[in-house]
Design a protein around this ligand. Structure first.
Ligand code: SF4
Length: 377
């Protein structure tokens, strides 16, 4: 089913206009989850308004011609406080869509009114039922689950739609069904599922037996098909790809150039492709930054981003994937941070992450389809 990578034309290098920008209003997080990748989550380094103004100068131009999003991501973005976040959002024009990725523990009525007033779309991080959230703890080491659920209840009370993001560290049989049923009850509109990744300061092994991970994804598809009320991000993308392969249009699915997904750190430095690299340094690659918006406009930084040495190496890695991996048309070459944190460089190809979350995902969706084929089909 996977279309051979080398038959896919098109995608070459980085686009100069992103589809969204990630902003880090503070490095601080009020939780201390065991699998978190963030290096400075105990420190409260706040973004000055001058950084937001500089980013908005480019974003407002892009948003005047196309749909454009700013994603507020931390640390825990709500830890910056409503007043601060409002000041940082103020330079962006009314056509810019604002999203926030939050652990939900700080959400209360006042935050819900803020989200409604700013038409902010909310995505909460929660890993499933209480027992699956044991790794999500406060700075004092206490379970955060009750606070997460209280925050979600506030969203529901205010009639605010929300997405959810779940990390799975044990994809054993039964987990996918449990997970999907939980999120049906929670009431989210969109669900993203990540198998835990080895990245940033999280060095835990993420290798799993291939049949176990494939079966996890197949089970998730089965659960979803019984009640497809939630948009299940990974599964819907897989099904779109499968349909395009059958139609002979799979080569058109990938964008012609990689979305640079710039992350603007609290201090204005810009890291492209992988938010997870922000805040790290390496003797070979430096701080991974392509520049600072306090010195150079964001659109100029992005126009030159391919010259950042590690970015060039990553593009070589994407080309290596294109010529060697049968899953390239589905995956597009994976994520820079996974290559770096697993392989120590950017021009390698397969990682545990891409096995867990690309290869086994597609295999799982196809396994489900095979198991449910009618005998006469
Ligand atoms: S990242 Fe992995 S799945 Fe994706 S194209 Fe490269 S080798 Fe294939």
């Amino acid at each position: 089913m996977a279309a051979r990578g080398r038959s896919l034309g098109g995608m070459r290098g980085l686009a100069t206009v992103p589809s969204y920008v990630v902003m880090q209003p503070t490095t601080l997080c009020n939780l201390d989850c065991a699998y978190c990748y963030l290096p400075f989550r105990a420190a409260d380094r706040q973004m000055p308004v001058a950084v937001a103004e500089a980013v908005a100068a480019s974003v407002n131009r892009w948003a005047s011609t196309d749909r454009f999003s700013v994603v507020w991501h931390g640390g825990e973005p709500l830890a910056a406080g409503r007043e601060r976040l409002a000041e940082l959002m103020a330079p962006f024009g009314p056509e810019v869509e604002h999203h926030v990725q939050t652990n939900a523990t700080l959400i209360d009525d006042a935050w819900c009114e803020f989200f409604a007033r700013h038409r902010m779309r909310v995505s909460v991080s929660v890993d499933g039922p209480r027992d699956r959230n044991g790794e999500r703890v406060t700075r004092a080491g206490r379970p955060a689950y009750d606070r997460i659920v209280r925050g979600v209840a506030a969203l529901r009370r205010h009639g605010l739609p929300f997405s959810a993001l779940a990390v799975v560290n044990d994809p054993s049989p039964g987990r996918a069904t449990e997970l999907y049923d939980y999120f049906l009850d929670l009431g989210c509109e969109v669900l993203g599922v990540n198998i835990e990744e080895t990245e940033g300061v999280n060095t835990r092994d993420n290798a799993h037996e291939a049949p176990v991970v494939t079966a996890f994804w197949a089970e998730l598809v089965a659960a979803w098909r019984r009640n497809p009320r939630i948009h299940l991000r990974e599964v819907e993308w897989s099904l779109r790809y499968a349909a395009a392969v059958l139609d002979g249009t799979a080569g058109d699915l990938l964008p012609t150039r990689l979305d640079p997904i710039p992350t603007v750190a609290y201090d204005g430095s810009v890291v492209v492709l992988s938010p997870e690299l922000a805040g790290f340094t390496d003797p070979r690659y430096g701080d991974f930054s392509s520049g600072s918006v306090l010195a150079t406009p964001l659109h100029t930084i992005l126009a030159d981003a391919e010259r950042t040495p590690w970015v060039g190496e990553f593009i070589d890695g994407v080309e290596a994937c294109r010529s060697s991996c049968p899953y390239f048309g589905f995956c597009g070459g994976g994520h820079a941070a996974n290559r770096y944190f697993e392989l120590g460089r950017f021009d390698g190809t397969e990682t545990e992450h891409c096995r867990n979350s690309k290869i086994r995902l597609l295999e799982g969706v196809l396994e489900h389809a095979r198991d449910h084929q009618s005998p006469g089909a």
